[in-house]
Design a protein around this ligand. Structure first.
Ligand code: TLP
Length: 343
């Protein structure tokens, strides 16, 4: 199977497996796991934040962040297709008791002007605005990179209004490598940030949230409440360290492969796609004559996995476990499927 459903499917490297076996461990609920502590220090430094915290997943990292930032009954400003709003099963409304104010984005990025308009005045009728969320790269915008300039303008505005910014940086290193901007520069446009170790960086489990020290201390209690206080978690942190040390620059290969694949797809009649818009490792292709469900099923029969993205769109994600040769084969199969008038 050529698995293009997500970069979450990546297998850990041999070095990661060795690091897991050799990891020095302790009970992390007591703060005594030296490997977890090392990962947290490393992530905080890379992101230019005071402190960091290992969490079980990107979703847990985002939710712990919202819980730590927002009182119940407050409002979160967010782009309308952001993962936190679109794909986290309504967690923030159940857990934190917040409501979302969604904004239209331009390739995932709301305009600073629309963010300004969405910030609530102090009025007894209104929920107070407690948080602004950004996502970089933006998943449903096809892995689009939100420019540093756009992030800076939103951050500046948020600071003027004393509202914190949380960055869902599940794929922040993809943005960093694609834009040639250090991750810390993007992270500097947010008070808190979540990064995933288990996507393109290929660690098996885990995310890290980073921010001010007192905020991380409060977040640690929320993580505990959600059952995310893990014990000998160095087993998970060890491959995370290898991921941060060895897998970041490699993301450029995924981006080059994605562009190659997008160009191949765009040349196939029946596919609608502008390869120039593929900036990182996510490709969203439009289908002219077949539904996404039927197309995904036909792909599966030919040994290729991809996720439907909407009724007429399919998402492909490149990662370390798909090669250029795999993508060439996938293009041949897709050509054959669409030549047969669909199936
Ligand atoms: N995204 C997954 C699915 O949930 C859609 C994927 O395959 O892309 N933020 C962003 C921007 C994400 O893309 C994801 C995962 C998360 C957060 C959540 O991370 P996990 O899966 O670790 O909870």
């Amino acid at each position: 199977m050529i698995d293009l459903r997500s970069d979450t499917v990546t297998q850990p490297t041999e070095e990661m497996r060795r690091a897991m076996a050799a990891a020095e461990l302790g009970d992390d609920v007591y703060g005594e796991d030296p490997t977890v502590n090392r990962l947290q220090e490393m992530a905080a430094e890379m992101l230019g934040k005071e402190d960091a915290l290992l969490v079980t997943s990107g979703t847990q990292g985002n939710q712990v962040s919202i819980l730590t930032h927002c009182p119940p009954g407050s409002e979160v400003i967010i782009e309308e297709e952001a993962h936190i709003f679109y794909y986290e099963a309504g967690a923030a409304s159940i857990l934190a008791g917040v409501q979302f104010r969604t904004l239209k984005g331009e390739r995932g990025a709301p305009e600073a002007g629309s963010v300004r308009k969405a910030i609530r005045d102090d009025n007894i009728h209104f929920p107070p605005t407690a948080l602004i969320c950004l996502e970089n790269t933006h998943n449903r915008a096809g892995g689009a990179v939100i420019s540093l300039k756009r992030m800076e303008s939103i951050y500046e505005l948020a600071c003027e209004h004393d509202i914190p910014v949380h960055l869902d940086g599940a794929r922040l290193f993809n943005a960093s490598v694609a834009a040639g901007v250090p991750a810390g520069k993007f992270a500097a446009c947010a008070h808190t940030v979540q990064i995933c170790l288990s996507k393109g960086l290929a660690a098996p489990v885990g995310s890290v949230i980073a921010g001010p020290r007192d905020w991380i201390n409060r977040a640690r209690r929320w993580r505990k409440r959600l059952g995310g206080g893990m014990r000998q978690a160095g087993i998970i942190a060890a491959p995370g360290i290898v991921a941060l040390q060895t897998m970041v620059e490699r993301l450029a290969e995924d981006h080059a492969n994605a562009r190659f694949f997008a160009e191949g797809l765009a040349a196939i009649p029946g596919i609608e796609l502008n390869p120039e818009l593929v900036e990182t490792n996510i490709i969203v292709a439009g289908l002219k004559k077949i539904s996404a469900d039927d197309f995904s099923m036909a792909l599966r029969e030919r040994g290729i996995l991809a996720n439907p993205f909407s009724s007429r769109q399919v998402r492909f994600v490149t990662h370390k476990d798909v090669s250029r040769a795999d993508l060439e084969r996938a293009l041949k199969e897709i050509n054959a499927i669409l030549k047969n008038g669909g199936i």
